[in-house]
Design a protein around this ligand. Structure first.
Ligand code: DGL
Length: 262
């Protein structure tokens, strides 16, 4: 029996959206979910900070938990550090990149929005995706650290203000051409966790990469053995404080019943 886990990594709870999609396909997979709470948030950090922090942390996590595969369940870390992590680790690494391709395939108005962190939306990686897959679309971008905080607050069980979501979406719709926006790429893994709130504020199409990543993980692990029964997952935080303690009920809904510090 192969008990090596899948290791998910994010700055906070955002990667739980990718974890949920993966567990739906691979319910027996042992899970280690790592959140860099001491480094949160990533979206307001510089490229240099993320490019040095993420590979170092993943190196430590891999040494400690011996995963079979690593999932960088964070668009900010993936668009900046995926290549560094891949070259540093000797195991499969799956990244998370903005789902611009599926959004462009389904947009009728040919105006799509990329809602991510400030760091993600300025990446050349996003320019390349837009040029390759959405060259006939107007691609609007908006970076929001506030929306990341709202997702974290929701998972701590706090009530969030519906007006805040509408305000954030105006960052897209108020741009020239934004009145024709019909599809928004949730280019930060946190944002799928607040998709119902976004949809209530602006009822258009929202697209993210979580299901595609889950299929990729299933493909890469095809034929591998899994424990015969689902086991409790482990949540690893780089700093455990009161905010993290408040996440415990939400984490247990995602099958993560134990919280430890790295
Ligand atoms: N969840 C992350 C992402 O997908 C980053 C959130 C943050 O720490 O700013 O980009």
């Amino acid at each position: 029996m192969d008990s090596r886990p899948l290791l998910f990594f994010d700055s906070g709870v955002g990667g739980l959206s990718v974890l949920a999609a993966t567990c739906a396909l691979l319910p027996q997979a042992p899970i280690v979910y790592a959140a860099d709470s001491a480094g949160y948030p990533y979206g307001t950090k510089s490229e240099a900070e993320i490019a040095s922090r993420v590979p170092a942390l993943l190196g430590r996590l891999v040494e400690r938990y011996h995963p079979r595969l690593v999932v960088i369940a964070c668009n900010t870390a993936s668009t900046i550090a995926l290549a560094h992590v891949r070259s540093a680790l000797d195991l499969p690494v799956v990244g998370t990149v903005p789902a611009i391709k599926p959004a462009a395939l389904q947009s009728k108005s040919r105006v799509i929005g990329v809602l991510g962190t400030e760091a993600t939306i300025r990446q050349p990686y996003v320019d390349r995706l837009a040029a390759e897959f959405a060259s006939d679309c107007l691609v609007l971008r908006h970076g929001s650290a506030a929306l990341v905080d709202l997702a974290e607050a929701k998972l701590r069980g706090e009530a969030t203000d519906p007006a805040a979501y509408a305000d954030i979406l105006r960052g897209l719709t108020d741009q020239p051409g934004g009145d024709r926006l019909d599809t928004v790429v949730l280019a930060c893994t946190h944002f799928r966790l607040v998709e119902p709130e976004l949809r209530a504020a602006l009822p258009i199409a929202y697209v993210d990469g979580a299901d595609g990543i889950a299929r990729r993980i299933a493909f890469l692990t095809e034929g591998q053995e899994w424990p015969s029964e689902a086991v409790d997952g482990l949540a690893v935080f780089t700093r455990v404080d009161e905010q993290v303690q408040h996440l415990a009920p939400a984490l247990s809904k995602f099958g993560l019943s134990r919280i430890v510090t790295l």
